[in-house]
Design a protein around this ligand. Structure first.
Ligand code: G3P
Length: 221
């Protein structure tokens, strides 16, 4: 398995609705041209429209620990899958969950043959998340999210420390990192520190030329 770039569309205007579809097409073009693995984590309401058009993987940004039935306004993993999602972020810094829900969500995704990416905020939580056996853990120091200051430059130890701690409890685990990533150099540094790729958002989504940024990013992966 190669290294990956996951682009979290969040709820930015530039990645919502038709604009999100356009951005996903750019990600697909860059993936096809370069051979890089690029995944988009779209808003729930855009998963179907995007997955109908592009061939790159589309993930959900969140799922709730619920079953089919009497829940209103929640995200059912089965529904995300039916819409075309092949994986999901879990416990993103902007939508934290309880430990029991994180574990249930990892199991739910496994049962649906979907990829799980559990987000964490420090070395200890990364270690704890790795013990739940998701496909990926993604360490993102919250204070650097959206800051333009790259985790791989500002806090290299949190990446290497997370990789080391996570592998101790789960040698199969794949560790991603994110927050402030915007250049190929940031990605290269993250990979040197043991990450299997990055999870990012604003560096691409808020860029004047997202395609150019993506082309630079894939250089580092
Ligand atoms: O999920 C990715 C994210 O939280 C990092 O955001 O804007 O710093 O790349 P950003």
């Amino acid at each position: 398995m190669g290294n990956v770039i996951i682009l979290n569309f969040k709820t930015y205007e530039e990645s919502t609705g038709d604009k999100g579809l356009k951005l996903a097409k750019i990600c697909e073009e860059v993936a096809e041209e370069t051979g890089a693995e690029i995944i988009v984590a779209a808003q729930l309401s855009d998963i179907y429209r995007i997955s109908q058009v592009v061939k790159i993987p589309v993930y959900a940004q969140h799922i709730d620990n619920i079953k089919y039935g009497s829940s209103t306004g929640h995200v059912l993993a089965e529904a995300a899958k039916a819409a075309g999602a092949t994986g999901s972020l879990i416990n993103h810094s902007e939508l934290r969950l309880k430990l029991a829900d994180i574990e249930a969500n990892v199991e739910k995704l496994l049962g649906l043959s979907m990829t799980s990416v559990v987000c964490t905020n420090n070395v200890n939580t990364t270690k704890a998340a790795a013990a739940l056996k998701p496909d990926y853990v993604a360490i993102e120091p919250p204070e650097l999210i959206g800051s333009g200051i790259s985790v791989s430059k500002a806090q290299p130890d949190i990446i290497s420390g997370s990789v080391e701690a996570a592998k101790k409890v789960n040698p199969q685990i794949r560790v991603l990192c994110g927050a402030g990533i915007s250049t190929g150099e940031d990605v290269r540094k993250a990979v040197e520190l043991g990450a299997c790729g990055v999870l990012l958002a604003s560096g691409v989504i808020k860029a004047k030329d997202p395609r150019a940024v993506l082309m630079d990013l894939v250089e580092g992966v």
